[in-house]
Design a protein around this ligand. Structure first.
Ligand code: 13P
Length: 248
């Protein structure tokens, strides 16, 4: 049985004061949550997450990292630095990184490999744009994004990773994929992995992300291949985030 994982992606939001209240609110409501829970916070707040969440049921992580181990890469943050701050997870290949910062499939695969080499669990984001969905190439795009990582790291690497299906058109738009639309792509992803390794496929946690909120979480999370959520906007409100966690 796969345990569901609900992770907040705070993106570039928060302050010391806001985070303190948010984390306290989340921790206070964790008693009846069965799913695994994590928050992926901006780099400067990793120490705050570590201080506030150590010993709790909430894990933490980052939203990006360098593909390089160290060196002259001004402004970059390495996987081992994330480990220093107790991170369990790191998001790689978020569509905002791909679209706004030009991260290619190859760079995403390098980041995935570097994360695992440092003992982090990468949350690999895949997903199609609206244009791609409308031209009927969703599975080609998602398949390619997945294949590049499998080609570099091997299918067994997915046993130590999470995949997040995030249709770009659903991110921050309030336009959630229907449970059927999401389930179809999730089943496709699992099927693609199953063709290479059935055991890895059955253990793989595949999250859905894109305007997931308390009001649609139960339906999405009841789909057979949807194993959790990667939550943007709704993760910034403790009650809303907890309601999604409880749905898992
Ligand atoms: P929203 O939940 O704000 O649509 O963002 C989803 C997302 O990008 C999570 O990584």
């Amino acid at each position: 049985m796969r345990r569901k994982l609900v992770a907040g992606n705070w993106k570039m939001h928060g302050s010391l004061a806001e985070n303190k209240a948010l984390l306290a609110g989340v921790l206070a409501g964790m008693g009846d949550v069965k799913a695994g829970v994590a928050v992926c916070v901006p780099f400067p707040y990793l120490s705050q997450a570590q201080a506030g969440l150590t010993g709790s049921a909430v894990a933490w992580g980052a939203q990006n990292m360098s593909q390089h181990a160290k060196g002259a890469y001004t402004g970059e943050v390495s996987a081992s630095m994330l480990k220093d701050f107790g991170c369990t997870y790191v998001i790689v290949g978020h569509s905002e990184r791909r679209a706004l910062y030009g991260e290619s499939d190859a760079v995403v695969a390098e980041k995935f490999a570097a994360a695992q080499a440092a003992g982090l669990t990468p949350i690999l984001c895949v997903g199609e744009t609206l244009e791609e969905r409308e031209s009927g190439v969703t599975e080609q795009v998602v398949g390619r994004q997945l294949d590049v990582v499998i080609a570099k790291c091997g299918v067994a690497a997915l046993a130590r990773a999470v995949v997040a299906y995030e249709p770009v058109w659903a991110i921050g738009t309030g336009k959630t994929a229907t449970p059927e639309q999401a389930q179809t792509v999730h089943a496709f992803i699992r099927g693609r992995v199953r063709a290479l390794d059935a055991a890895v496929a059955s253990g793989l946690v595949i999250q859905y992300g894109g305007s997931m909120k308390a009001s649609n979480a139960v339906e999405l999370l009841s789909q057979p291949d949807i194993d959790g959520g990667l939550i943007g906007g709704a993760s910034l409100n403790a009650e809303e985030f907890l309601a999604i966690c409880r749905a898992g």
